[in-house]
Design a protein around this ligand. Structure first.
Ligand SMILES: [Zn+2]
Ligand SMILES: [Zn+2]
Length: 181
């Protein structure tokens, strides 16, 4: 396989052989899949192995490095069980049997909602006003998904220097203020 997830493959195969649907990602196994500071910060938290529903997670999915998949695995391996579970988990959505979330990270959404990138619909997510729409989407936007994209268009151009050009081009009409007397 071209992607470098031997650990994940071994964990999945091992789990299938033992009829135990457990991902062995409680340590730093996901380090190669973390591409931004938020993911690395969550990875640094104490972790545990992750239970999943057999057949709902494939090594190929993890190998895509898709941010929602990796973030969901980080949430499940670092999060705590949410009591009660969120609405989507109670309806049986998602690849994990447990509703887990990391408060203050990924909007506080659970892994099952994060997996299909539906964190905004998670009923147990954090409801901080300033962490509403921008954080979850922008987290995903900055992640490099594929390894073979050497350059993805580059960063936007830097803003122009403040004020100087305009000030020179438009000198104030009241430059010479005549004395009153
Ligand atoms: Zn949930
Ligand atoms: Zn949820």
């Amino acid at each position: 396989m071209p992607w470098d997830a031997a650990v994940a493959v071994a964990a999945l195969n091992n789990a299938a052989l033992q009829q135990q649907a457990i991902l062995l990602i409680g340590g730093q196994e996901l380090a190669r899949f973390c591409h931004n500071d938020l993911q690395r910060a969550v990875l640094a938290l104490p972790g545990q192995n992750v239970r999943y529903t057999p057949g709902r997670i494939s090594p190929q999915q993890v190998g895509t490095h898709r941010p929602s998949y990796i973030n969901a695995l980080l949430i499940q391996s670092r999060g705590v069980v949410s009591v009660p579970a969120c609405d989507r988990c109670r309806d049986g959505h998602g690849p994990f049997p447990e509703c887990r979330r990391v408060q203050g990270r990924f909007g506080g959404a659970c892994g099952n909602c994060k997996w299909p990138d539906l964190a905004a619909r998670c009923s147990v997510r954090d409801n901080e006003d300033d962490d509403d729409d921008s954080s979850s989407s922008s987290d995903d936007d900055v992640v490099v998904i594929s390894d073979d994209s050497s350059s993805d268009g580059g960063a936007p151009p830097p803003p122009p220097p403040p004020g100087t050009a305009l000030a020179k081009r438009f000198p104030g009409p009241l430059k010479k203020k005549a004395p009153l007397y």
